[in-house]
Design a protein around this ligand. Structure first.
Ligand SMILES: Cc1cc2nc3c(=O)[nH]c(=O)nc-3n(C[C@H](O)[C@H](O)[C@H](O)COP(=O)(O)OP(=O)(O)OC[C@H]3O[C@@H](n4cnc5c(N)ncnc54)[C@H](O)[C@@H]3O)c2cc1C
Ligand SMILES: *[C@@H]1O[C@H](CO)[C@@H](O)[C@H](O)[C@H]1NC(C)=O
Ligand SMILES: *[C@@H]1O[C@H](CO)[C@@H](O)[C@H](O)[C@H]1NC(C)=O
Ligand SMILES: *[C@@H]1O[C@H](CO)[C@@H](O)[C@H](O)[C@H]1NC(C)=O
Ligand SMILES: *[C@@H]1O[C@H](CO)[C@@H](O)[C@H](O)[C@H]1NC(C)=O
Ligand SMILES: *[C@@H]1O[C@H](CO)[C@@H](O)[C@H](O)[C@H]1NC(C)=O
Length: 537
């Protein structure tokens, strides 16, 4: 059921010019709910709100959703509640206590929840796979956590050119299902990551050097807007919103399905794994790895785009270790493009021909649930000097936290290659603000896991120092790039601001058009908002 099209477009006139907005100024939430079959007057607590649309809060919102949807609403002090709140990846995201958890199963139920939240002014969080690291990104204290887990559709089109993928899926089920039809979509590289967050923030895949990021391979978004209206958003229908959703996060609505371009991958087979190397204080292993990494990220990205890489530096029991995760988009053993890497001694090598699903399971093993986590992002021009500098600063700062219980510190390096940025320009482009001329970029993801709350502050400080020192150096040597990757950024980083002033202004304008009263800014406080870093807002 869709709302009366009379509500679709209105024209508001300021002093100088008239601007098209999506929602009329006299939009009536109770009428809109009636359009979805919900008679507010028949819901005891909501009835008192008909006249004054405010203040009564989450007790009324949760109570009404419970009356309407029964067991799809989970209340505090139940085992289902505890099971849900402990299911996030990071311990920090497990800490907020929502007033209730709502698990819609149909898109119209999402519309009803959004409208009830507006009527009661009850804030909410949107959760897909729950792998954002910091508290509140997809969890909320005192509000409604909307879990999209029931949106788990995976439907391949009969022509095998595209697939509808629900945001309740994790990448492992997506790949396992699609491999039976010899295709894949552009998505995450670790089994349990959610489709929703990864795709709305960007989405780097093993195949990105050929096809681009996940956000650039979405053909259509089905979106529930602030007015509860369900839209198909694509290159022709609402192209402004289509551009915004390709990296704009949760600022424009709740995505209830993604139609993604499907790519052939017979039997899901490819090649990949990790090579772990040890650096002692005299060896040349790390400099050699850095050379291999930079070469593959520059010329290598053009000479054989099937190749992908992730180079991590870490420390384990006082040893300096690196892990080069290498992948090839075809089931070819030891492809020559990796010869430079293979010449560097490794103490463990798991590379083999295997399925994509199998590879995502291997990478999941090193990312357990339920411990404390922080992720930070930075970008620089890709050079050997800059890459070596980032690595050196990571090891220089590490002693300040090396004794923290359960610490697994890592500086994870990737390249945003020129072919990846070229793919971003297709179908109207995306808001990330990257141009092929500024690439290739070195993308740093500082990521640390640990056990004790008592160590939070010094571990955050450690990450901040690595970012600040390397960014300062990059400015001195002309290697600075302002882009912050949403899916790796910390709560202290202003992601949308990093897209550039022009793109930010355009995103703000699109948000004002489709969400005139700012529902996804004010009532959805978690994640990366349009107006700055999460922790300062
Ligand atoms: C172990 C691990 C491996 C990773 N691997 C990769 C990788 O290979 N490539 C990569 O690019 N990134 C990777 N990431 C980063 C990952 O993309 C982010 O953590 C991402 O936020 C996870 O998405 P999620 O749906 O699991 O998280 P969630 O915490 O559920 O969501 C993240 C954000 O997106 C919003 N959101 C989610 N779904 C919707 C929706 N349907 N509508 C509106 N808003 C929504 C949420 O409100 C939240 O703010 C990895 C992260 C981890 C922890
Ligand atoms: C919305 O419409 C209902 C009737 O459908 C009316 O009773 C109510 O006063 C209206 N609310 C506002 C805020 O205008
Ligand atoms: C009920 O749950 C809330 C939130 O999780 C908690 O603060 C409260 O102590 C619980 N009450 C009981 C009786 O367990
Ligand atoms: C690890 O790297 C740091 C910084 O380069 C160095 O000081 C330290 O000696 C190295 N440790 C080992 C065991 O080589
Ligand atoms: C390397 O480290 C070992 C053990 O820590 C030490 O004995 C040796 O002197 C170091 N070598 C150099 C060149 O620093
Ligand atoms: C991947 O496949 C290999 C070989 O078939 C198998 O031994 C291994 O258990 C699988 N690993 C995972 C994580 O599924």
């Amino acid at each position: 059921m869709r709302l009366n099209t009379r509500l679709l477009v209105a024209v508001t006139c300021g002093s100088a010019l008239c601007q098209e907005t999506f929602e009329p100024t006299d939009f009536n939430i109770t009428d809109a709910l009636l359009g979805y079959g919900v008679d507010v007057a028949a819901l005891p607590q909501l009835a008192s709100l008909v006249e004054r649309s405010s203040l009564a809060g989450c007790s009324i919102a949760c109570g009404s959703l419970g009356l309407l949807f029964g067991s799809q609403l989970i209340s505090r002090n139940t085992s289902a509640y505890d099971q849900f709140t402990t299911s996030y990846w990071s311990q920090q995201q497990q800490e907020p206590d929502p007033y209730c958890i709502f698990k819609p199963a149909k898109r119209e139920q999402v519309s009803i929840q959004v409208l009830i939240s507006r009527l009661t002014q009850c804030p909410f969080a949107i959760k897909s796979g729950g792998h954002a690291a910091f508290a509140g990104a997809s969890s909320i204290e005192g509000g409604i956590t909307v879990s999209l887990e029931n949106f788990n559709e995976i439907t391949l089109a009969t022509d095998k050119q595209s697939a509808i993928i629900g945001p309740g899926n994790r990448w492992l089920n997506v790949y396992s299902t699609l491999q039976e039809s010899d295709v894949v979509v552009i998505g995450g590289r670790v089994a349990n990551i959610g489709v929703g967050g990864l795709t709305l923030g960007g989405g780097i895949s093993f195949f990105s050097n050929i096809y681009g990021w996940a956000c650039d391979n979405v053909l259509n978004y089905e979106l529930v807007t602030a007015s509860g209206i369900i839209l198909d958003v694509n290159e022709r229908s609402h192209p402004d919103l289509y551009w915004a959703l390709r990296g704009g996060g949760n600022n424009f609505g709740i995505v209830t399905s993604f139609n993604m371009k499907a790519i052939p991958l017979p039997d899901g087979l490819m090649w990949g794994g990790s090579r772990t190397s040890l650096q002692d204080n005299t060896s040349t292993t790390f400099p050699a790895l850095i050379n291999a990494f930079v070469n593959l990220g520059t010329e290598g990205a053009f000479s054989d785009p099937n190749a992908a890489q992730i180079l991590s530096f870490t420390s384990y029991q006082g040893m300096n270790l690196s892990s080069a995760a290498l992948q090839y988009a075809k089931p070819v053993a030891n492809p020559p493009i990796f010869d430079e890497y293979r010449a560097i001694p490794a103490i463990v090598d798991t590379t083999s021909i295997r399925t994509l699903a199998n590879l995502t399971n291997e990478f999941a093993a090193s990312n357990p649930d339920g411990v404390r986590e922080t992720y930070w992002a930075a970008s620089y021009k890709l050079t050997v000097e800059m890459t070596q500098y980032v690595t050196d600063v990571f090891y220089e700062e590490l002693p300040t936290v090396a004794d923290a219980a359960g610490i697994v510190p890592a500086a994870t390096l990737q390249v945003i290659t020129v072919p990846q940025i070229e793919e971003m320009q297709k179908r109207g482009g995306n808001p990330l603000g990257l141009t092929p001329e500024e690439g290739p970029l070195l993308l740093l993801n500082m990521n640390v896991q640990w056990n004790d709350v008592a160590d939070d502050q010094r571990i955050l400080d450690f990450n901040r120092r690595v970012i600040e020192r390397t960014v300062a150096h990059s400015k001195e040597i002309g290697a600075y790039d302002e882009y912050l990757y949403m899916n790796y950024a910390s709560q202290f980083q202003d992601v949308i601001g990093s897209y550039g002033a022009e793109n930010k202004a355009r995103l703000v304008g699109i948000a004002e058009k489709y969400d005139t009263t700012g529902v996804f800014q004010d009532l959805v406080p978690g994640g990366f908002k349009l107006d700055g870093a999460p922790a300062s807002s």
